[in-house]
Design a binder for this molecule. Sequence first.
Ligand code: ZN
Length: 411
Amino acid sequence: MIRPSRIGERIESLGKIGESNGEGVTRLALSKEYKDAQALMMSWMEEAGMQVRVDAAGNLIGRKEGSNPDANPVVMGSHIDSVVNGGKYDGTIGVIGGVEVVQHFAEEGIVTSHPIEVIAFCEEEGSRFQSGLFGSQAVIGAIEPGHLDLKDKDGKTRREALLEFGLNPDDIFHEVRRHQGELSVYLEMHIEQGPILEKENHPVGIVTAIAGPTWMEIEIQGKAGHAGTIPMRMRQDALLGASEIALALEQICLDYAGSPIVGTVGRMDVFPGGANVVPGRVLMSVDVRDVDRNRRAFALEKLRVRGHEIAQQRGLEIQFSERLSVAPVACHPEVVSVMVEEGRNMQLECPMMISGAGHDAQLMAAITDVGMVFIRCKDGISHNPKEFAEVGDIALGTELLSRVAYRYAMK
Ligand SMILES: [Zn+2]
């Protein structure tokens, strides 16, 4: 039996590590709190009968052998690092849920044919070295030496942090990597971090695709001047141009009615930045996400064209630079259909949905078939101390995870 009380207790105990009075959980990768969290997870993995190790990238891996020594492992996982002042459900439920599945099999005397692994990936959030999905990148062989030179806010490099944690960073390049065909499937349960399941009143959703973000930086150059002396018609106000571009982005995304594309301007730096100065220069960020790579590219192209028009009308100069482009990823259709079927067997109607946020599953898709289960969370709030999900919902998701893992592990 999947035991909701055990799941709930584990979420609470793990949530205490890095918790400070009402400020939520701050558990940065490779920190003292991270070590404590790994030790606790490790004890639960051992309790579930798994062999446990930490690889050179700081991923915690529990493994239970199956009866067939030649079979590839069924892998479940997520992460146990957090953002600064985050919640106790983000990431953790995927790891705790995975361990629950293995423990449930052990308690029922189920011996799977395939081995089962549960992985708590290192630094998914990127809140310490500002570069997320580190552990899963290491597993798929996508780490570059430069990733180890990134510094945290105290000036410590990731390489130094790994060494201090007792790991050998040079081993990342040959020891950690898993290849295409070595895993039989990767399954991840995660809180939705959005409002859809709650609004539609479903505890569990099935993810069909994970959107990929493109980040663009736009620089707009106008002319700074005195806010009192320059007539309105004679201004080259960079912030007004930037504002029009932000509104244009909203309209471009809205025009794709019924599609999941979203566009956000989350940052504008205004120079020189005085209350009595006409803004002469603006740096703005643009984040556009979609599950369809072409649509995302078209939307950005439209923004570029609109941006040049706006700049011309206002006598501004404009420059676009792409900062990041992550390919969207589809969950494997077979995994999705097994999930739908097992959901039905549980009398659960699980809506199909996309993930707007990135997850380790997105990278694992490079080497194996992936599937994701989403859990309803309160008010869609995440990366926030107020983050909350019902243990009952998480238990239902774990049951679904368990059924799907069983199907793959008995193949
Ligand atoms: Zn997460």
